[in-house]
Design a protein around this ligand. Structure first.
Ligand code: DGL
Length: 270
């Protein structure tokens, strides 16, 4: 079991923020990633559609024989149920680990959450934080447009268009004097530099991909499933649209990490 891969999925490139961190903190692990590039974005879709996509994505990874599944997607984690029982595999989303860190980090108890439309409408992060800390104030803003920018590689913090968009969408959180901002969509860490510049150094950004990777390691450790072969793991990527665009941007994003194995699949078969 230990030697099986970790399965990770997202609607597109966003989950690579979790992959990058997993490769960093668990270099021995094999990774199987599915990016549903043919159906991105998830965040503007109905609850029924998101539920269906989440199940298909997870079933595909299960069929690939993984030992654990990570829904590296704020939208799926907010809208779809926990699929661990259904799958018979350890499973995690991004909401709980991300909220946990944000609650530790905030000093003034004023936390901003940005995510997709579906995530913000579900109030998943806010509910989780208020459950533990009813005294904290949570300010939510949906930034669905950020997903399109990221999917098109528009993330340069010096790009005027990126700056304008970030300035406009972050204004409310700035006015509300938050000291912590949850990047509640895994696509958003790709815009972290632009968001940090806009919010200023006094604000801590919490990266949902990174926090989820750390939590994934904890689960594997607890269950005795962590690999310790001392051999570098491999990464295999699957997408539901043409691999070319994904390859270009995934390559840039993951830098020297293995990213040359990208295959197309028909997700409707799962
Ligand atoms: N990366 C995803 C998330 O974390 C989905 C973005 C989208 O497809 O709208 O919410």
């Amino acid at each position: 079991m230990k030697d099986k891969a970790i399965g990770i999925f997202d609607s597109g490139l966003g989950g690579l923020t979790a992959v990058r961190e997993i490769l960093e903190i668990m270099p021995d692990e094999d990774i199987i990633y599915f990016g549903d590039t043919g159906r991105v974005p998830y965040g503007s879709k109905s609850r029924d559609a998101i539920n269906k996509y989440a199940r298909q994505d997870a079933r595909f990874l299960k069929k690939m024989g993984v030992k654990m599944i990570v829904a590296a997607c704020g939208t799926v984690s907010s809208v779809a149920p926990d699929l661990s029982d259904e799958l018979g595999l350890p499973y995690t989303g991004v909401v709980n680990p991300t909220c946990y860190t944000a609650m530790q980090v905030t000093k003034n108890g004023r936390i901003g959450v940005i995510g997709t439309a579906a995530t913000i409408n579900s109030h998943s992060y806010k509910k989780r934080i208020r459950e533990k800390h009813p005294e904290f104030e949570v300010f939510e803003k949906h930034c669905q447009l950020f997903v399109s920018f990221v999917e098109n590689g528009l993330v340069d913090p010096d790009d005027e268009l990126v700056q304008m968009m970030v300035h406009r969408y972050m204004a409310e959180l700035k006015e509300n004097d938050v000291d912590t901002v949850i990047l509640g969509c895994t696509h958003f860490p790709l815009l972290a530099e632009a968001i940090q510049r806009e919010m200023g150094d006094g604000v801590t950004l919490i990266d949902s991909g990174k926090e989820t990777a750390i939590y994934t390691k904890k689960i594997l450790e607890e269950r005795g499933l962590l690999r310790d072969s001392g051999k570098r793991g491999t990464a295999q990527y699957y997408v539901s649209d043409t691999p070319a665009d994904f390859e270009k941007f995934a390559g840039l994003f993951l830098k020297n990490k293995p990213h040359n194995n990208i295959e197309h699949i028909n997700i409707e078969e799962y």
